[in-house]
Design a protein around this ligand. Structure first.
Ligand SMILES: C[S@@+](CC[C@H](N)C(=O)[O-])C[C@H]1O[C@@H](n2cnc3c(N)ncnc32)[C@H](O)[C@@H]1O
Length: 257
């Protein structure tokens, strides 16, 4: 698949993404959760699909050795711009599809937050990527992976939804979405239309088809084991409540090489 441009996470999508998440309570809890893993890593850290850096930048600010990559130029540009405000150094990130990741280096911690893993919608590619993450970990190194499950399909699925964020006194950015879910393929789709509106005039539009594979509750356990991972633990929130039943909308896996 790779060697092509990512069609999602373009310019307006990136701006909306950051505005949507910046003040959410779960963003703060998630940051504390992943920062804690980073502080205990005692060695190099990798964040695949690092987006605009809401985890990577605070980890850099804690003087830890982290690098990241992402397939979206727009998400990476947002990260690079934010990092310029706090450091003269080059942001340790590169534009890359996870399917293409290769490095001589091995890591003590690899983490992929926020359901991003489901953006690898082909399950065979997902398995190859898991094995690749395994191969890039040091012995006893940890993989922490957050997935969204088939229970995460929103109750609004199938209806048109609308959202908006104010940019400044004269501009706002809006989103219209129509979502669908196919229980056979386990693919959730959201057709998103973004509009940048300045002084009540639409000055830019953008359309993206967001697709995400939603995992059954025990599905990833098998794939992790097949890739060689041990000590597999499953949490349903950032307080590390254990996953005991099959009802959770998210599962955070922690496992080791
Ligand atoms: C939901 S965002 C999460 C970003 C960041 N982890 C966070 O929590 O804010 C998903 C990210 O994955 C990136 N992405 C999607 N498919 C990818 C792929 N195949 N390889 C690398 N990055 C990808 C997108 O560009 C986007 O930045």
């Amino acid at each position: 698949m790779p060697n092509k441009e990512l069609k999602t996470y373009q310019k307006l999508s990136t701006i909306f993404y950051d505005l949507e998440l910046e003040n959410q309570e779960t963003s703060k809890l998630a940051l504390k959760f992943y920062l804690d893993y980073a502080l205990n890593a005692n060695g190099p850290i990798l964040e695949p699909m690092c987006g605009t850096g809401r985890f990577l930048i605070p980890i850099l600010q804690a003087n830890l050795e982290i690098e990241g990559f992402d397939a979206s130029e727009h998400m990476l540009n947002a990260l690079i711009e934010k990092y310029k405000y706090i450091s003269d150094k080059k942001a340790p990130v590169q534009k890359l599809f996870i399917q293409d990741f290769k490095s001589e280096k091995k890591y003590n911690l690899i983490f992929v937050p926020f359901g991003s893993w489901g953006l690898i919608t082909d399950i065979e590619q997902s398995k190859l990527c898991l094995k690749n993450m395994y191969n890039h970990l040091n012995i006893n190194g940890k993989l922490v992976l957050e997935i969204e499950t088939i229970n995460s399909v929103p109750s609004t699925c199938g209806t048109e939804c609308f959202g908006a964020h104010t940019l400044n006194a004269s501009s706002k950015i809006t989103i219209n979405t129509i979502t669908s879910y196919n229980a056979q393929t386990q693919i959730f789709k959201s057709l998103c239309n973004y509009k940048l509106i300045k002084n009540n005039i639409v000055t830019k539009t953008e359309e993206e088809l967001f697709e995400q594979y939603l995992y059954k509750n025990n599905e990833l356990d098998e794939y992790l084991k097949e890739s060689g991972f041990n000590n597999i633990q499953k949490f349903i929130d950032f307080k590390k409540s254990p996953a005991k039943d099959n009802n959770s909308a998210i599962i955070i896996y922690e496992c080791t090489r």
